[in-house]
Write a protein that binds this ligand. Structure first.
Ligand code: IMP
Length: 195
């Protein structure tokens, strides 16, 4: 059965295809000729994910899922949250985002934060939401060269290394995205596959 992942990120598509044991044929946006930059203007992760999934479903009538992720910092009332990619400006520059984040947190001792991913699935014309999160804290200075985004300044609870210092295989066991994907996969595994 074909299932669209509303993304152009080939790495994400390959990752989930593997996890699904190829029971579902995962298609990216390019595979269904959607080249639009789908707007992500909502003020929360779930609405953004639902909007993207509906956008694709309306154009293809196919089963589809979309994800949206944000870093939520307690002392900043949940910012950057839904604005994580463009926190320091439209250029989506991860280094500038980290610089801005550390500046906002200067002198603040409560460094608690979490990554949260929401996945919206439209399956047989019904909508479902799956969420994953990982609690942790923002450190004072960046550490590590792996990962992406805010990884160099985020340490998950129970760890003493940032997401940019631990191997990807380790991050993938506990990450927000992995947990949301796991819930999606569990749901899909229960669905009868028809051709
Ligand atoms: P997206 O919804 O997956 O595109 O994520 C939005 C933004 O959140 C990204 O541009 C990153 O700034 C940040 N982000 C998402 N996932 C991660 C992660 O695993 N590590 C660090 N930053 C992340």
């Amino acid at each position: 059965m074909e299932l669209i992942f509303a993304t152009n990120n080939k790495h994400k598509i390959r990752e989930i295809s593997d996890l699904l044991d190829n029971r579902f044929n995962i298609l990216g946006l390019a595979d269904v000729s959607i080249t639009d930059d789908i707007p992500e203007d909502a003020d929360n992760l779930a609405d953004n994910a639902v909007y993207k999934a509906r956008y694709v479903h309306e154009r293809t009538s196919m089963n589809v899922f979309a994800d949206d992720t944000g870093l939520e910092v307690n002392a900043l009332n949940g910012a950057p949250g839904v604005h994580s990619a463009r926190y320091a400006g439209a250029g989506r520059n991860p280094d500038d985002n980290i610089i801005k984040l550390l500046k906002q947190l200067e002198g603040i001792t409560n460094r608690k934060a979490r990554f949260r991913t929401v996945i919206a699935l439209i399956f047989n014309n019904r909508e479902y939401l799956f969420e994953g999160k990982v609690e942790g804290k923002i450190i004072q200075k960046r550490k590590g060269t792996g990962g992406f985004g805010y990884d160099p300044v985020f340490i998950a609870k129970g760890y003493d290394k940032t997401f940019a210092e631990i191997p990807l295989s380790e991050k993938n066991k506990i990450s927000h995205r992995a947990q949301a994907m796991k819930k999606l996969l569990e749901f899909l595994a229960q669905q009868p596959v028809s051709q």
